[in-house]
Design a protein around this ligand. Structure first.
Ligand code: BJ8
Length: 425
């Protein structure tokens, strides 16, 4: 990445030496995992560029937005509605939590048996290596799992402005009411942060912008149903990860351009893997940048990932928000309806998620499901037993894996994944 960015990083308060180490590791991982893939669509060139500039040009853009009076809001969860952020004249960015960093420091303030995602978010803060975190005017936390909600009490002491959103735990009428009142509270907070008034027009416009991103991602997902699939699971995951960082309009345009190319590939039956490659659906915890471990293991073991039942994937994007409402309240209701359908494992009970997994197996013609649980993630690892049982009942092969962000278990995981793929063949 260009030397010219060093001053920008320094002004943001990053630890330049630690940041150099992070960029080195990231760059090498990207080269080994992404650039070594064969027969990639040309449209992935855009995403390669985004990744090469993820701490450079994109940060410069955000700082330019700030200089022009826009606010930057960071979040860790798909329950934070981008529609409300955009309509307050602010930009939402997902905060990195997909790599280990400063683990020793983190474990001084969080228990060792905390999931890798939470530890990672703290590691990026304590290690001073995340320019997104440092340029955010406000960070939004959410009361989802216990690990997150308790750790936000500590994060609150480390960042300048943390706002915590309460979230329901049950899909009941009272749960929906809570979500609605929390989205109204968030709307007021955003208005207070930016000085903007969120009216009907602004909301409608923002709903359309975010829906367009989702429509492009739906188009990409649907092209992966083809056999052979025209794009690797790794590349499709990257597009889903960039969803959280990029300028929304540019992202939509780039994904649609990629899809134009993929349509031609589907027509000519050009695939990245042979048609006989077993098709895998990944289900479970979200995979934030640069967490590519499991899909990389799967796709270097002779199978292809055709879908992700995940918040960085279909769980977060599958439905659109109805933008036909005529009042702010009707539009907020539509936003609530949309987000209330997210079947995160923090909900109890959570039967819709299992139905969604089964529906995805059918529509993506998956041969098997690999359930991905992060170690110490109680919601997903506990729910994985139910998921596995239900899949067995329906004669869908399933493998449960539990892992973290380290590389120490790669060999062991690969052996299990290879055996599963052999069985599918
Ligand atoms: S809506 S999945 S993005 S909460 S892995 S931190 S659950 S212990 S990430 Fe999530 Fe929102 Fe739900 Fe999606 Fe806790 Fe589990 Fe860690 Fe997790």
């Amino acid at each position: 990445m260009s030397e010219g960015y060093r001053l920008m990083w320094k002004n943001l308060g990053l630890d330049l030496n630690a940041h150099d180490v992070l960029l080195d590791v990231l760059g090498k991982a990207y080269t080994d995992i992404y650039l070594s893939q064969k027969n990639r669509p040309e449209g992935m060139g855009y995403f390669d560029f985004v990744m090469s500039e993820v701490h450079g040009l994109r940060i410069q853009e955000l700082l330019d937005e700030k200089a022009a009076g826009r606010k930057i809001v960071g979040s860790y969860c798909v329950f934070v509605p981008e529609e409300i952020v955009l309509s307050a004249n602010a930009t939402l960015v997902g905060l990195c939590s997909g790599a280990e960093f400063a683990t020793e420091e983190v474990e001084k303030i969080l228990p060792r048996n905390t999931c890798a995602l939470i530890k990672s978010s703290f590691g990026f803060k304590l290690g001073k290596v995340c320019p997104y975190l440092e340029c955010a005017d406000m960070i939004v936390g959410e009361n989802t799992c216990d690990g997150k909600k308790k750790s936000y009490e500590i994060l609150n002491e480390l960042v300048k402005r943390l706002y915590v959103m309460d979230l329901p735990q049950m899909k009941s009428p009272a749960g929906k009411e809570l979500l609605k009142s929390e989205y109204y509270r968030f709307k007021s907070e955003m208005e207070h942060l930016t000085g903007a008034t969120i009216d009907k027009e602004r909301l409608k416009n923002s709903i359309d912008i975010v829906n367009n991103k989702r429509k492009a991602i739906h188009r990409l997902a649907s092209l992966r149903k083809a056999d052979p699939t025209p794009i690797s699971g790794l590349d499709a995951l990257l597009a889903n990860q960039v969803f959280f960082y990029d300028n929304p309009a540019r992202f939509t345009e780039s994904v649609n351009k990629l899809c134009d190319e993929l349509e031609n590939r589907v027509e000519s039956k050009t695939g990245v893997f042979p048609a006989s490659a077993p098709r895998i659906l990944i289900s479970g915890c979200p995979m934030a940048v640069p967490n590519w471990k499991l899909p990389w293991i799967i796709e270097t073991s002779g199978a292809v990932v055709v879908g992700e039942e995940s918040c960085v994937g279909e769980r977060g994007t599958r439905n659109l928000v109805d933008s036909t409402g005529n009042t702010v309240d009707e539009l907020i209701n539509a936003i609530v309806e949309h987000y209330f359908e997210i079947d995160c494992a923090i909900f109890t009970p959570n039967p819709d998620r299992i139905e969604h997994i089964v529906e995805m197996v059918k529509s993506y013609k998956a041969d098997g499901v690999i359930h991905y649980g992060l170690q110490f993630c109680q919601p997903y690892t506990i729910e994985s037993g139910k998921v596995e049982k239900e899949l067995q009942n329906r004669k869908i092969p399933a493998l449960r894996v539990e892992t973290d962000y380290s590389q120490t278990d790669v060999g062991q995981l690969k052996t299990r994944v290879e055996a599963f793929i052999e069985m599918l063949k």
